[in-house]
Design a protein around this ligand. Structure first.
Ligand code: PLI
Length: 476
């Protein structure tokens, strides 16, 4: 299936971004040329998955597609029980509600927005125990998602294992730039947690991508299949939350999977309140069939190598042009280092948000902010969090774009790099209480910091040339 792409003009894009409050989440997709907002739910499904959609068993209870999905998850993720949900945050909600008690601490390898919010809504506090290198955009550590075991040990000693309902292990780490965790580190983390009777739950949203990095870079796994590596990773955990909209190659769906019978019963009881019956969660039968087939396809080496190969292709174009990006190149996107790209914009004027808006105006390419706006305010103090990483994410949907689209994207980022002094910062005009990055609105700050006021990229005409045209259609 193909979907036509819309070419827009500079004036159209300037109007569109202003109407969207300089937030790329508030743009109409009709106004977007190349959509690198997210890899979530934007995958192109295969012929085999679409064929499966025709075999949906839409029974309210006991759908055969659920049985297939549960068996597929047992085969590839290894967990006995599956609680289907409408998407990943549904699983995070249920896990948080059944495990976290008010006053509990949840350590993890860097926060994720929805995960941390559900932990906080359940009365918990997230504690970051990722290695320091993860916060350094230039560190070339091959497993920047690793847990710092000394930090974890310290947290356990300080708050007590009884106050830690579970450990949250992201594989890969989205907010660090799609950085993987090594098998050795997964195992060591699980052993430390087990010694203190702390359950380990993976965020397995991009665990297949993590498995690819283990195969590529960790000694001893060169000849192990992606499927076996994935199973081994999960073998160290008690369960996982999953946004099926990423690795599982579907447009909607998720699950909580776990081994403990009693905990599974509690999760099943919770899912009927918030999602739907325990044999469909928030999904139609046909969605569960597509997800089961997507999981089988996702562990193919050829698929995952091609997927991450595309990310690397885009990253290398930018590296070759000296554009500052997070290194090494991660699994699901390229993360441009906005602090180095726009050193004239202070972090409280949201350089990554400004860069996302400027890129859209330049070429119609839509990325998203992963920095101070995404980090939100501290739940206790109400102060803005200012993370070390201030990033523009260019996320690649799976099996959607061609190399030509990546060339156009790189050309536009490089063009902006050359006129970066003209980009100005942003200030809030509307700030939602929760997950503010999705719906916040901004306005450019005053002209005082604009070095070339004649052509500020956020507000006036910028150069989108016809030379950036590429394929007019995209598989979807
Ligand atoms: O968007 P959901 O509710 O299906 O999944 C939430 C979620 C959980 N964990 C991780 C690591 C994610 O990346 C994630 C969602 N990510 C989005 C939407 C993204 O654009 O990265």
């Amino acid at each position: 299936m193909v979907e036509p792409l819309t070419m827009t003009t500079s004036p159209q894009r300037e109007r569109a971004i202003a109407e969207a409050g300089f937030n790329t989440f508030l743009l109409s997709s009709n106004d977007v040329y190349i959509d690198l907002l997210t890899d979530s739910g934007t995958n192109a499904m295969s012929d085999n998955q679409w064929a499966g959609m025709m075999l949906g068993d839409e029974a309210y209870a006991g759908s055969r597609n659920f049985e297939k999905l549960e068996n597929t998850i047992r085969t590839h993720y290894g967990f006995r029980h599956t609680i289907p949900t409408h998407q990943g945050r549904g699983a995070e909600h249920i896990l948080s509600q059944i495990l976290i008690h008010p006053g509990g601490y949840v350590p993890g390898n860097m926060y994720f927005t929805t995960t941390r919010l559900h932990q906080e809504l359940a009365g918990g506090t997230f504690v970051d125990v990722i290695i320091d290198e993860a916060h350094e955009p230039c560190s070339e550590h091959p497993f920047k998602g690793n847990v710092d075991l000394a930090k974890l040990d310290r947290v356990i000693n300080e708050v007590g294992a009884n106050n830690i309902p579970y450990f949250c292990l992201h594989t890969t780490v989205n907010m660090a730039g799609g950085q993987p965790v090594s098998m050795e580190n997964i195992q060591a983390t699980a052993e430390l947690c087990r010694a203190h009777r702390i359950p380990v739950f993976l965020d397995a949203t991009r665990a297949v991508e993590n498995a690819y990095f283990i195969k590529r870079s960790e000694a001893g796994f060169e000849n192990t299949s992606i499927a076996d590596i994935l199973l081994q990773m999960c073998g160290h955990a008690d369960g996982c939350t999953m946004s099926g909209k990423k690795d599982c190659l579907v447009n909607i769906g998720g699950f909580l999977a776990l081994n403990d019978d009693e905990l599974a019963e509690r999760a099943r009881n919770m899912v009927v309140v918030f999602e739907g019956l325990h044999t469909y969660g928030g999904m139609a039968g046909r969605d569960m069939e597509a997800m089961a087939r997507g999981i089988e396809e996702s562990v193919s080496y050829d698929h995952i190598r091609a997927r991450i190969g595309q990310v690397e292709y885009l990253g290398q174009l930018l590296i070759d042009a000296d554009v500052p990006i997070v290194r090494p190149i991660g699994g699901h996107g390229i993360f441009v280092d906005a602090k180095r790209f726009l050193p004239h914009i202070p972090q409280n004027e949201f350089p990554a948000q400004a860069l996302a808006a400027a890129l859209y105006v330049d070429s119609g390419v839509r990325g998203m902010e992963r920095g101070a706006v995404s980090a939100g305010r501290d739940a206790k103090t109400g102060e803005n969090r200012l993370p070390r990483l201030e990033l523009l994410r260019l996320t690649l949907p799976r099996r959607v774009y061609t190399q030509a689209h990546l060339d156009v994207t790189a050309e536009s980022v490089i063009d902006l790099w050359e006129k970066r002094d003209r980009i100005r910062g942003l200030k809030f005009t509307f700030e939602p209480e929760r997950l503010r990055f999705f719906q916040a609105r901004f306005a450019p700050v005053g002209a005082e910091r604009v070095l070339d006021d004649a052509d500020p990229v956020n507000t006036q005409s910028s150069s989108l040339t016809d030379s950036r045209e590429s394929d007019q259609a995209v598989t979807h």
